[in-house]
Design a protein around this ligand. Structure first.
Ligand code: UT7
Length: 336
């Protein structure tokens, strides 16, 4: 059995910055409410009809990760793409990456685990590398939220939170079992599936034909819904549990954490976890202030920025953790 390790990271965000004040011009909200409840100051929203699609942003992030990994695109054995906002209902964006990067006909897997998507994607890639089936895997998390949000006062509880962007990582084989990804931990609780949900279009409840037929201006089924307080309460519990689980599995205490990269759901959640694990400001990386919640892209964007800023060094224990729609949650423990 091998370990896997991250050897290249990249991210991409659209140029278009949308501040809280910009939002207050199109809906009844304000900078004070958004900053106080979420920590967000601004987010990137791709311009309509730009190249910044979910696959397009993912491809840009992937190119950076591949270059930094120092491998050739033809060394990539498998692609894993996490998103809740694919360009097309099917096929998922994994195959678009294979085509755009002109990679040979390797497998491309799409992961549908929302905010935990990148954690799930890393876990999948890690298993393939552990068994020796693949050596180099491209893992991408990318989201284009802005085109699908309800940007009226009706949708303000959700739409002010989400932003667009992408991050990517190259995982490769590590022969030393004390290094790289030490363990991954995944969970789900489907009884809460509809507490953070996008119902339509879905074959189960509201398909595109139904929406067009009814043409109901009050139809909210094709906008994301979130029971914010309920999600928040579950998030702080599950984040803590799954970080503890990962540390415990590796016989590590909380003092072993050199860098925690939490999914950027809400700065208040990150601060709660920071306090609970008694971490200093430089042991937790947050960039939700600049980007909002970019769902499957948030951890790879944050990981890339932390690495670029020199905040992750060889030998560090790096913990990734996420919680979100499903509910699904998970963690990854890395010895960098
Ligand atoms: O990434 C996946 C996981 N996601 C999360 O973990 C998110 C978890 N939840 C949260 O982060 C928070 O619940 C939110 C930031 C979404 C909301 O904060 P909250 O403190 O739970 O606010 P609330 O939903 O209870 O709303 C409080 C008030 C309401 O008004 P009333 O009923 O008290 O008069 C809302 O209508 O704030 C109002 N409100 C807003 N006001 C100004 C809701 N959204 C806005 C807004 N601007 N954008």
């Amino acid at each position: 059995m091998y370990n896997s390790k991250i050897i290249g990271l990249g991210h991409y965000v659209p140029d278009n910055v949308v501040t809280n004040d910009d939002l207050s011009k199109i809906m009844d909200t304000n900078d004070e409410w958004i900053q106080e409840r979420t920590g967000i100051k601004e987010r990137r929203w791709a311009l309509e009809n730009s190249e910044d699609t979910t696959s397009g942003m993912g491809i840009k992030a992937a190119k950076v990760a591949i270059e930094r990994a120092g491998i050739d695109k033809d060394d990539i054995d498998f692609i894993v793409f996490a998103t809740l906002s694919p360009d097309m209902y099917f096929p998922g964006p994994g195959v678009q990456v294979q085509h755009a990067l002109d990679i040979k006909t390797v497998g491309a897997l799409d992961v549908r685990n929302q905010c935990s998507g990148f954690i799930y994607a890393i876990s999948v890639a890690d298993q393939y590398i552990k068994t020796g089936m693949y050596k180099n895997i491209l893992v991408i998390g990318s989201e284009l939220h802005s085109h699908g949000l309800d940007k009226t006062t009706r949708g303000r509880g959700v739409s002010v939170i989400f932003g667009d962007g992408a991050g990517a990582a190259i995982l490769t084989r590590e022969e030393d079992n004390t290094k790289g990804i030490l363990s991954t931990h995944l969970h789900s609780q489907g009884e809460h599936a509809e507490e953070l949900v996008l119902v339509a279009p879905g074959m189960g409840k509201r398909w595109v034909n139904d929406i067009l037929r009814d043409n109901d201006p009050n139809d909210e089924s094709y906008f994301p819904y979130m029971n914010g307080q309920f999600v928040f309460k579950n998030a702080v519990v599950r984040f803590s549990e799954v970080i503890m689980e990962g540390l415990g599995k590796n016989n590590l205490g909380k003092e072993a954490i050199d860098m925690l990269i939490p999914h950027q759901a809400n700065l208040r959640i990150s601060q709660f976890i920071q306090k609970k694990f008694e971490l200093s400001d430089d042991q937790v990386f947050n960039n939700i202030q600049k980007y909002g919640n970019t769902t499957a892209a948030s951890i790879p964007i944050a990981l890339t920025e932390a690495w670029e800023e020199g905040k992750i060094k060889e030998g560090d224990v790096v913990v990734l953790a996420a919680f979100g729609s499903g509910f699904t949650w998970g963690s990854v423990i890395i010895k960098w």
